[in-house]
Design a protein around this ligand. Structure first.
Ligand code: HEM
Length: 505
């Protein structure tokens, strides 16, 4: 009995101390948040939803209503100016639309990608996802080593050699559209172009034939699950604790695992071929294997590191281009005069030819303008962010170091200040003689961490669009939504449903 009383009293004491410690830690954290508020509150910004959570309830609300957070960034930029403040717990995020600051920060290698976001993409709900692959690597040395080795797979010479595959895979889409071209059947254009871009990246990057327009595949669904999971994990820190969300979280983890086990299988096959001295293509997969091989002290991590880049290219190399194509088809279908002009250019340059050459692409100038204008209004990868440790002054406002800078190409692309009548789809803004937008248009980001696949993506998009315009008339099925769905990347919510028919010559 005495022993029990002693244990009880020790336990009660420990509990009291633990409670005391927790209350003390909580009060200390609140004081720290207050200090951060005092340090940054001179920067204009919207009123906080709560002292503790800052503006995060606004983001959760937007997500619950299936809205677009970048619309909020646009609204805040217009209300509060070229630099505005967002609070989340003790974090400070500064939305920046000032072109000079955008140039200074994004063009410099000295500001790392933001740790909250990019470290957050290492795992998805505990399952390794993008790890320290090329998009998420924050350490400059680690990133630079990877980028240097990957560069040859994106050189102009190498990309020229991909024209055959771009043509061949786009031709499969044309075959599929021919089957649907009765002017009545409804075609989900987003789904169709998704199959093509996934086919292309699988073939070009990894040497694998998926042929998704003929075969069913779990990959499109898995990619979508990962992207949705990514958004929930980053924007709603309490998401994982709600039991209602656990089945979805299970799906996301399973999708991540599927991508990584597929990567492991394809890498294993390629490595064996390399070891057997077989002639392997100098494609992205070979470069991924070479990058991992140069990592010192990484024997154990080597496999995981290769898979990080596998998943990175599988996702980065496909979704954004498919969404751009779908938005482009949507806008052309809504603007018959632009459609007629771009079709005429395709007829003049390509005529009845089936195989589009690299040189033809350079002559499709108006089509380039159309694709650029599509990414202005619909930047499918809508922003990027950097951590800033040093003090800075933007637009005359002193910014004490220790904040994150958020750059939204969606917001700047839609600001009247930078683009007159910004919601008007007008490819002539990108006419070769028009003044170039000054650090307010960056759908592929800017500077050293800009998109490695930019030229790849735009060649691919041009081949697909040129063939589509050469062969088919397409019309939007009435009554569909032109809304945007925010899954971290942006995509047309309604899928761009069209009826299609062969063009009459
Ligand atoms: C329309 C299509 C595309 C758009 C709009 C786009 C946009 C972007 C953006 C905005 C970034 C910077 C991301 C960040 O800062 O977090 C990026 C990075 C990247 N993209 Fe793309 N991308 C596209 C297509 C592609 C394709 C086809 C590939 C590969 C085949 C690719 C590979 C990459 C890679 C590897 C990076 C990381 C680069 C680095 O940090 O060194 N992208 N992309």
């Amino acid at each position: 009995m005495a022993l029990f009383a002693l244990l009880f009293s020790v336990g009660a004491n420990a509990l009291t101390w633990a409670c005391f410690f927790l209350v003390f830690a909580f009060l200390g954290y609140c004081c720290y948040i207050k200090y951060i508020h005092m340090k940054y509150d001179h920067i204009p910004g919207p009123p906080r939803d709560s002292f503790f959570l800052g503006h995060s309830p606004t983001f959760v609300r937007i997500m619950k209503n299936d809205g677009i957070v970048h619309n909020k960034f646009l609204e805040w930029a217009e209300t509060y100016g070229p630099v505005y403040r967002i609070n989340i717990l003790h974090y400070i995020i500064l939305g920046v639309t000032c072109p000079e600051a955008t140039k200074e920060i994004l063009m410099s290698p000295k500001y790392p990608k933001d740790k909250f976001l990019y470290k957050g993409l290492f795992n998805l709900f505990g399952q390794r996802f993008l790890g320290t692959g090329l998009v998420t690597a924050r350490d400059h040395e680690l990133w630079y080593k990877q980028r240097r080795i990957m560069d040859p797979a994106f050189s102009s010479l190498y990309l020229r050699g991909l024209m055959g595959t771009f043509n061949e895979r786009a031709e499969k889409l044309m075959d599929k559209l021919s089957e649907l071209a009765d002017d009545k059947t409804e075609a989900n254009m987003l789904q169709l172009v998704n199959c093509v871009t996934l086919d292309i990246i699988a073939k070009v990057a990894f040497g694998v034939d998926l042929d998704l327009l003929s075969n069913n595949s779990p990959f499109p669904k898995a990619i979508e699950a990962c992207l949705k999971g990514m958004v929930h994990q980053i924007r709603d820190s309490l998401f994982r604790f709600n039991p209602k969300n656990w089945p979805f979280i299970g799906e996301v983890r399973e999708a991540c695992r599927l991508l990584r086990t597929t990567g492991a299988k394809w890498i294993h096959e390629r490595r064996r071929a390399m070891q057997d001295g077989e002639d392997v293509p100098k494609d992205i997969l070979t470069q991924i294997i070479r990058t991992a091989a140069t990592e010192e002290n990484m024997a154990e991590e080597e496999e995981e590191f290769m898979l990080d880049n596998f998943v990175t290219f599988f996702i980065a190399g496909q979704e954004t281009t498919a969404n751009q194509l779908a938005f482009c088809i949507m806008e052309l279908a809504r603007h018959p005069e632009i459609l007629a002009k771009v079709t005429k250019e395709v007829d003049d340059v390509i005529g009845m030819k089936q195989e589009i050459s690299f040189d033809d692409l350079g002559k499709l100038i108006y089509l380039s303008q159309v694709l650029k204008e599509t990414l202005r209004i619909y930047p499918t990868a809508p922003g990027t962010s950097r951590d800033i440790e040093e003090d800075m002054t933007i637009d005359g406002i002193h910014l004490p170091g220790g904040f994150t800078c958020l750059f939204s190409s969606f917001a700047t692309g839609r600001m009247e200040k930078f683009f007159e009548d910004p919601l008007k789809f007008d490819p002539d803004r990108f006419h070769p003689d028009a003044p170039k937008p000054y650090y307010c248009y960056y759908p592929f980001a800017l500077g050293p961490r800009s998109c490695l696949g930019q030229n790849f993506a735009q060649m691919e998009a041009k081949v697909v669009m040129a063939k589509l315009l050469q062969r088919f008339d397409f019309r939007l099925v009435p009554g569909q939504s032109f809304d945007i769905q925010d899954t971290g990347t942006l995509r047309p919510k309604g899928g761009v449903i069209c009826t299609v028919r062969h063009r009459k010559y």
